[in-house]
Design a protein around this ligand. Structure first.
Ligand code: URA
Length: 292
């Protein structure tokens, strides 16, 4: 992992910008910043080299990234049609997995040595957790939610009295959205999501869960239909539907890693209690009072 000392100012600025964009995508409208952080940012901006050369260059870099993204968006073709043979859940899932792992468009977006990430878990699960896109750890091994966000998701699942092996976990995206920096993640574009969505839909159809949990704004946009004005505050904690299956929208675990306030954790947990109630799962007093 890179330490901040090893990163250039351009890279640090890109990370900060992306963090703020991700928080905004989750519906945050304000940020609490410590006075120490404000002082550091003032120093950062006060650097004359940065204020001139690098500032200008980072502006150009942002535009370059946007241009590249637009070019990539335009190149994304429609999802190739596919159909699955009749068979057991396992057979259909294996066939779908082969289709996705062989998908030329998905492969086109991989960096050298990285792999496509397909959903994983119990094909008879009652709960289907849907995330956004693979991150650095996932694109190494091809399994969703194995990094820090995944560890937190595991804790949530365990707090519900379940194990990862009881649920199914998938993502809107099957590849990690490309960045022109070696670090960081960006939310997928609408075109990227549209390309991968049929693969996710087919997984939902195979697993046929009783409840889907959309983790974060991207999953909500993928499953409910893209709407850039949608705010997490308006959709989380409420029941929606995807393919006539009850869909709960909640925070993405990465959001909780960035926003460590108990308030956000409590809201996510309230959403999970609604899921447990919907599934008539037993809820202990301890679980009810979790985070309170
Ligand atoms: N975040 C996601 O949304 N999905 C993953 O698989 C990992 C991190």
């Amino acid at each position: 992992m890179d330490t901040v000392a090893e990163l250039s100012r351009d890279e640090i600025l890109a990370i900060l910008t992306r963090e703020v964009e991700l928080l905004a995508a989750e519906g945050e409208t304000a940020l609490a910043i410590s006075s120490d952080a404000i002082a550091r940012l003032k120093n950062f901006r006060g650097d004359t080299d940065f204020a001139h050369d690098e500032d200008r260059r980072s502006g150009q870099a942002t535009k370059r990234t946007r241009d590249k993204l637009c070019a990539a968006e335009n190149c994304i073709p429609p999802t190739p049609p596919f159909s699955l043979a009749d068979g057991t859940k396992e057979e259909r899932w294996n066939e779908l997995r082969d289709i996705v792992l062989g998908c030329a468009e998905c492969k086109k977006h991989l960096k050298p040595g990285k792999v496509i990430v397909f959903g994983a878990g119990n094909l008879n699960a009652d709960i289907f957790f849907c995330g956004e896109a693979p991150g650095a750890e996932e694109e190494e091994c091809g399994v969703p939610f194995v990094g820090r966000a995944g560890k937190l998701l595991d804790k949530v699942i365990e707090a519900m009295g379940l194990q990862r092996s009881n649920v199914y976990v998938g993502n809107i995206m099957n590849w990690r959205p490309e960045m022109d920096t070696p670090f960081g993640n960006r939310p997928p574009t609408q075109e990227e999501m549209n390309f991968c969505l049929p693969y996710l839909r087919a997984q939902v159809e195979i697993v046929s869960p009783k409840v889907i949990v959309a983790l974060g704004a991207t999953a909500a946009n993928g499953l409910l239909g893209y709407d850039e004005t949608r705010r997490m505050a308006d959709v989380r904690g409420r029941w929606h539907e995807f393919l006539s299956i009850p869909l709960m929208v909640t925070y993405h675990p990465s959001y909780l890693l960035r926003n460590t306030s108990n308030g956000a954790k409590r809201l996510l947990w309230q959403d999970m209690l609604l899921v447990m109630e919907r599934l008539s799962m037993e809820i202990s007093e301890r679980q009810r009072n979790f985070f309170l």
